[in-house]
Design a protein around this ligand. Sequence first.
Ligand code: ZN
Length: 693
Amino acid sequence: MSQIGLDFGSSNAQESGTDAVRARIDWLVVELNRHNHLYHVLDAAEIDDQDYDRLFRELETLEADHPAFLRSDSPTQRVGGAPVDGLEKFEHRVPMLSLANAFDDEELREFETRLRRMLGDTAPDHFDYIVEPKFDGLAMELVYEGGDLVAAGTRGDGYVGENVIHNMRTVRTVPLRLPEGCPPYLSVRGEVIFDLEGFATMNHRRERDGQSPFKNPRNAAAGTVRQLDPAVAAGRPLQFFAHSAGEGLTAPSHGELINHLKAQGFQTASLTQRCTGIDAVLDAIAAIGAHRNTLPYEIDGAVVKVDSVALQEALGFVTRSPRWAIAFKYPAPVVETRLLEVAFQVGRTGVVTPVAIMEPVMVGGVTVTHATLHNEHQMVRKPEYCGGLRVGDRVQVKRAGDVIPRVEAVVDEVGRDQRAKVTFPVECPDCDAELVREENPKEPEKVIIRCPNNLGCQAQVEAGLKHFASRLAMDIDGLGDKLVDQLVAAQLIRTPSDLYRLTLVQLAGLERMAEKSATNLLGSLNESKSRPFERVLFGLGIRHVGEAVARDLASHFGGIDALMEASEEALQAVDGVGPEIANSLSRWFSTEANAAEIAALRAQGVEFRETASQAPKGPLVGKTVVITGTLPTMGRKEAAELIREAGGKVTGSVSAKTDFLVAGAAAGSKLAKAISLGVPVLDEEALKAMVSP
Ligand SMILES: [Zn+2]
């Protein structure tokens, strides 16, 4: 096919009638897709960018003139899709399971011992394994029907994810169409990632355009894949690496399966290798680990799979993981840098947290400048800090996954006793109020130091307002963190109710605020007044009242009046509300300023829209149910929903209080426990019969 001349001019095609046009379009699509694969997957381009662009433009022109001949696998269609309104559910026909983890060589050896024990006499003398790098990305399943990409599902809970095909179509390493002779139905699994170079370029561009940079490649990939407008994903260099098939491809070994995936046009990890025996696996893992910092992408481990599919089938699954595979996790990378200063941040509830500010340093592909020091006890007493932090100390910093970086240890250099020791302030760094220590002598490592000034402390005021406006609370569109800071600094707001008193004149008078954005903000503030009670309650930021507690309180009390009147005893009658939460609530509501704030919010038209009190009804009222294993037709979430709708409660573990267990295929320890406790076990069908009216 590559022999066909590139200089076959487009004018010829247009003169020879529609058949020739169609044939030319077909040829261009196939040829461009082939070059795409050569360039992006095989890294073996046959033509230069200019020739590629020329063919691409010719195809665009022909398609524009003859829209009837447009093919869904045309490379021009990677960028063109329309935004979607929302993400649809994607059900995995074969659940997307997770892998068990190993953290050291010993655990890997145990893995092989376990394989041997489970297989007994049928165990081979030597196990053959495939070792693959484990990408720190986002798991994805691509579905092809008749060779065409028809769906792309995120992992979700392993049973149901979200269909993000509109974005996955834009990924150059995802084939839009499989070659001739492909399986009629194929689901391919793999990871979506940003390589480090693409990530750095993208962040650079974002900063230049005044957008906040992404924290790490994985977060960026997750955020990109879930965008509603595919134009966003098309502009970002996402990659897809295939590592297994859900359905449609079979092979006697995992190694051969990988070769089949390559033959279908997929990109697979280059460091994949076959090893005989666990010692060879340990060597391979060490070799991948040694390359880790020079790889063009982030990995957080290596995956070890038994190569033989016959053995895989004999070994089977335990609850959510295959028994024949294990993920080895490399220890999080540690780097050294200098401590420049310790800042003290005041959070929403007044807790003061020490934050290390350091010379910028790269850790696992990300530039780090800040790290949490947790609290005073950690800062001063942590043995690894060699008698307390000193400004200028050489420090070891660790970043694990997307967790905030930590200062692991201080290097005990000669002469560091000459440097000034960092001490915890006695007064609030923001409002100068005297800080209050909350200590428990039994747990000195959990000391909390707090600014008691609440509404008098600007840092707390700002953090509280940001929380109130946030997506899970009042979801006030257009009121970002920077604008909150600006409004507080301009002394326009201090409390949530002040937000609803803002005027167009005040807003439009702010720096960098156009009249249109001001009008929009007033619109979203107005709209937020009708948020349900539970969201307003969460938004108030009462200590210990998170989203779930707010929801439970709202459905129990119905409205704000009943909640405010409730005694601590009445509060504790709510599921999940203990003495600490009850006390926090009653203290909050009995504080005059807070009661005044509730009244002010109401006066501004915030509805505290009551949740219809839900007296439970249905055949499962009062029943506690546990679900385990893979159900034949329903996802687990779906089954849980069904049980809740019927008035039942779904919990995670089997106990004597469990009324029954719904078990599907590959049910493990929960089933065994239910049987031993005499808890009745139902299958999906029996559950359906029980809840049907
Ligand atoms: Zn303060």
